[in-house]
Design a protein around this ligand. Sequence first.
Ligand code: BEZ
Length: 415
Amino acid sequence: MKPAAEQLQRERPMTTTQNSFPGLSRRGFLLGSAGVAISAGSIKLATPAIAQNAPLRVGFMLPYSGTFAKLGKFIDDGFRLYVEQQGGALGGRRIEFVQVDDESKPETATDNMNRLVGREKVDLVVGTVHSGVAMAMVKVARDTNTTLIIPNAGVNEATGPMCAPQIFRTSFSNWQVCQPMGKVMFDAGHRNVVTITWRYAAGEQMTGAFKEGFTKAGGKVVEDLALPFPEVEFQALITRIATLKPDAVFAFFAGGGAVKFVKDYAAAGLNKTIPLYGAGFLTDGTIPAQGLDAAGIKTTLHYADNLDNPANTAFLSAFKAKTGQDGDIYAVQGYDAAALLAEGLKATKGDWSARPQALSAMRAAKIDSPRGPMSFNKAGNPIQNVYLREVRNGKNELVSIAGASVDDPARGCRA
Ligand code: BEZ
């Protein structure tokens, strides 16, 4: 993979309109220079006509390399698919893209985000996958009043204490998709469970939410196992599980790490004796690589491959036609990020300078998603069904609804 700067340069559209209308730059206005402020004010009346000639610049800050590379690519593909289906424009406004590979590295996240917002002057940012990277993005989005749509990372704070009117998520909170699994596993008869994950925000919050639901139901977590992100040397921890002999295991891994964990678990023979459960990322988009080792794994997520609704059927066939691959939750979340932006741009007829009106329309949006109905809470997190799925016939098949219209508590959000 190319270094981020080179990648960004390579992907920069040839017909960029960057700096064509500097007086219209929202960030120029925020910088507080008197000259800019005056010209922004005087240009304001002409804004809609001018703005609609210039494409809206969408910054994609996603992992295009590393263990989450496929997740980032599918989000990107899903977003572009939606835009293509609308003829390349949302609310009549053409869209252009600027990409940055964030490599799922929190240490470079602030610089990457600042580059998109400052140097590239994007109108909004879509990203990312990794909870730690997303936290840095949320801070910059708040400091610079930039619109941010998070198409995966579940870090609770983004729609909790760090919530802001210009921050949205089309994915889930880490709490939302895992808390319902506690009751599911207790009802299945499990009483003593081991959790295993990567040691970072997503892993800690997902296993914490599972534990909250499981202990409330009456179960006990006998040990929490973890290794640093993105390590995949699972052997010592798998040996520890074999020693502890719990009734079941709850796991969060995703992407390449999930493929390796599921295969190692099966290679140790534990899939025959200790049932493996998890957040749906353990088997979403990974089954072709996991093969039969994934068979029978039960997970909770806000999507299942065989959801029988017209939006899902149409999405899966369009995604296959575009990419030659089967869509998954990441592609759905990217697709829905574009659908959400479309709601904002429709409300303003493509005029992003009327951003407050666009943001209100986005908060009030009701999206007919492939996942089922999706609306948004006051913090910008989706209200959505959480499904229990089981890997059967090489798919994450729907078993039941583990939680209907689950709303994240948005703890600490003062919206
Ligand atoms: C996260 O870091 O929030 C995350 C990464 C991959 C899948 C799901 C969540």
